[in-house]
Write a protein that binds this ligand. Structure first.
Ligand code: OAD
Length: 244
């Protein structure tokens, strides 16, 4: 990538659960992955929330608890440094709901799957905006009601069957990207899995970083095998060292 990035290039970075793995947050589909212990249909769909909101909140409350104690790793810091160096020629989109990119110093992070420490009204067209919320809810009685419409409050997470957040901005940035760097995602969840195809179609160079080839690995020009915290610091140093 270092060789390819010039002062005219625009870098689009997509991160997945793998970028936070070295911080101690489990990925979704690995050996000890989150989806090994839970069924998506039970905890990560609007139908699941309608059927058993307490179970859904127990799942996300446990995840909130875990997120309280984690710290960014070298991969998050490297990407924050890259943002400072490239300014508006850099765009960071994450599927992660943690705040580790922000904790490492990234200022403009687009969370396409929402944020674990935010909640919102469960009624689709309610005017109440998502709000910061670190509360843990275990029972149906504890789940607060929306002040505007009275519907139960839900986690501000994009569930299966829902459209990810900020898609207009993301697609616009993808169109303008000349390099796509994807880090730590298995390449099975849409629409993020197709970003590599979209970027390629527009002529961008495409690079993947992670310890194993993702499902969509064939679409990348280059697959750099290794942990994000080991590969990214050197990669970023090379790019910045070139005076970008
Ligand atoms: P996955 O769990 O599907 O994939 C994690 C990827 O990270 C795998 O490809 C691993 O090889 C890689 N990985 C593991 N350790 C790594 C490390 N140290 N450095 C770099 N990569 C590493 O997670 P995602 O692809 O992010 O959505 O999952 C996508 C979406 O599916 C999530 O955002 C979530 C989930 O269901 C929602 O909850 C809406």
């Amino acid at each position: 990538m270092a060789q390819r990035l010039s002062s005219h290039d625009h870098l689009f970075v997509l991160t997945g659960a793998g970028v936070s793995a070295e911080s101690g947050l489990p990925t979704f589909r690995g050996v000890n992955g989150i989806w090994r212990g839970y069924r998506v249909e039970d905890v990560a769909t609007p139908k699941a929330f309608a059927a058993d909101p307490a179970l859904v909140w127990q799942f996300y409350s446990e995840r909130r608890r875990r997120h309280e104690t984690v710290l960014p790793n070298l991969a998050h810091f490297a990407l924050a440094e890259l943002e400072r160096a490239l300014a508006d020629r850099f765009f960071l989109c994450t599927q992660n709901v943690d705040s580790l990119h922000e904790q490492a110093g990234s200022k403009r992070v687009v969370h396409m799957h929402g944020r674990i420490m935010q909640s919102r009204c469960s009624r689709a067209n309610c005017s109440t905006a998502p709000f910061d919320d670190r509360s843990l809810y275990q029972s149906a009685e504890e789940i607060p009601k929306c002040r505007t419409c009275g519907a139960p409050i839900r986690p501000h997470i994009c569930w299966f069957g829902e459209v990810p957040f900020h898609m207009e901005l993301i697609l616009h940035q993808l169109e303008g990207a000349t390099v796509l760097l994807t880090v730590g995602t298995s390449g099975v969840v849409e629409p993020a899995a197709s970003f590599v195809w979209m970027a390629r179609r527009n002529g961008a160079q495409t690079i993947y970083v992670g310890p194993e080839e993702p499902s969509n690995g064939g679409y990348f020009d280059e697959v750099m095998l290794g942990k994000a915290g080991e590969v990214l610091p050197d990669l970023v140093e090379d790019v910045i060292g070139l005076g970008n």
